[in-house]
Design a protein. Sequence first.
Length: 248
Amino acid sequence: MRYFLGIDDTDVLGHRPGTGRLVRDLGAYLEAQREARLVGVIRHQLLVDPRIPYTSHNSPACLIVEADGEPDEVAQRLFDIAAGYIVTRSAPGSDPGVCLGEAEHIADDVLQFGYRASSEVVAKADALALASRHDLLLVELGGTGDGVIGALAAVGLTAEGNAGRFLELAGGLRGFGEEAPASALRQRGISLLSVSRNGEVVPAEALIATGDWVRPRLIGGRPVLLVEQAGDGWCCFDRKAQHAEPTE
């Protein structure tokens, strides 16, 4: 069974690790404890607005894992472990929230909540009521507890399958170096999508200039790396300089 763990508001300005790194660490911890198998970690972008308190980018993260066993029991165990981990690792003064849902049972209302949080101001009460209505596990873990908004939104956006960027993937995203063969990326489960106007297929033998920064997008529920032609070769369309994100 696959589970989505949405987490937000674990940090404050000047504190490390940020939410993205913390969620990556949680995924590694669950694997090390043999509680779950890591599928990936996705960063989402919610509305940036002066009416919304956030640390730097208003970007929650969603951990995707798979685990065996009776679904309700597994879900509760993973949720309890994640909540305990986040409480221990979150920055003093932060407002963390954690949400867990089974991937196969995320209601359309939750997907729509994710998109609402990406474009408008939403209330904590709405998040709590929605989670309760659909039997999602959602908890405030300190401070104002506003992190429940981003946590629920991250689950909804991940379930919808067409938003966000992978910070981690089973097998790793940080070992490809400055260049990666197209075949190696595909073996990792990453699809390559050319943004060139003629839409050519990226050859298996092609070398992709990555800048040592491979961050596929979530498209159609799968990791997809956008690439473009650069002279006689290929390079990643999304580059680190475009996405300076301290919470990775």
